[in-house]
Design a protein around this ligand. Structure first.
Ligand code: 1HE
Length: 254
């Protein structure tokens, strides 16, 4: 267990709890480093990660008390460091499910949109308040939030600093599921278990392939889709998955 991140592993599922409740789980350099360390060397046997926050908030974004002391060069390196960590969260090979409560603000939204499944309780606040703080996003929001909302709506969200509630955020795609109070983590664990039951290579292709293909031209994307299909469909798990379907039983993947 790290100082800022609580990690609990139960079988195939690791639950990572951002653990700075006094600061509404604001992302300090230390917390970012602990998230990075987990996704760099994901423990053997873990197939899916769940990220949540202690104390009723997911993450209140960049720790503003640390930010004040950075100059331009330091801020550039810091932002590039965030990009590296958020890329690792998205692309370590582990599917990641977020259980969202309270603040999903600034860098908190950048973290959430680096994860693959987002489940939100009714009290969530989705906001990019950087304009109000005299700063700009730096943890990947222009790319990840921008692709979910589109440049037009993200610009409006930042200009106005408006807060989206869970219903609106779900409608817009910032969250995928809207659930009742106290239900996000249980549902995240349930969905994580389902995902852990998929063939690992299929999960890997979903995580690695789909976002990349989105960045490609149509013809490159279609070609890479065929490569992913060729690898997945000739794997031992495909033999097992298809046999299980025909024999009307649950598959037993690697
Ligand atoms: C913090 C932070 C933080 C809280 N950095 N200390 N993020 C923001 O601009 C969001 C700023 N925070 C808030 O809007 C509110 O704190 C909340 C809506 C999240 C929660 O409100 P509340 O009333 O429950 O708590 P609070 O009293 O505002 O905050 C409790 C403590 O957490 C308080 O410290 P204390 O010492 O006075 O007890 C706050 O200062 C502290 N705290 N949020 C540092 N973010 C890669 S670039 C990304 C750029 C960004 O993320 S910008 C958006 C930053």
């Amino acid at each position: 267990m790290g100082k800022n991140l609580n990690i609990e592993i139960d079988g195939a599922i690791a639950v990572l709890t951002l653990n700075r409740p006094d600061k509404r789980n604001a992302m300090s350099d230390g917390l970012l480093a602990e998230i990075d360390a987990f996704f760099r060397t994901t423990p053997d046997g873990v197939r899916v990660a769940v990220i949540t926050g202690a104390g009723g908030h997911y993450c209140a974004g960049l720790d503003l008390s640390e930010h004040v002391s950075r100059d331009a060069e330091g801020t550039m390196h810091h932002s590039r460091g965030w990009h590296e960590v958020m890329d690792r969260v998205q692309g370590s090979g582990l599917p990641v499910v977020s259980a969202l409560t309270g603040a999903v603000i600034g860098g908190g939204l950048e973290l959430a949109t680096s994860t693959h499944v987002r489940i939100a309780e009714p009290d969530c606040i989705f906001q990019l308040p950087e304009g109000r703080r005299g700063i700009f996003v730096g943890g990947g929001a222009t790319v990840r939030v921008g692709r979910i909302l589109g440049a037009d709506r993200m610009t409006e969200m930042m200009l106005t600093g408006r807060k989206f509630d869970t219903e609106e955020a779900t409608r817009l795609g910032l969250a995928h599921y809207s659930v009742g109070t106290g239900e996000a983590l249980p549902m995240a664990l349930k969905i994580a278990a389902q995902i852990a039951g998929n063939a690992p290579l299929s999960n890997y292709m979903m995580i690695q392939g789909i976002a990349r293909i989105h960045d490609m031209s149509r013809s490159d994307g279609l070609f890479v889709e065929s490569l992913c299909a060729a690898l997945a469909q000739t794997s031992p798990d495909a033999v097992e998955g298809l046999a299980a379907f025909l024999e009307k039983r649950a598959p037993r993947f690697r």
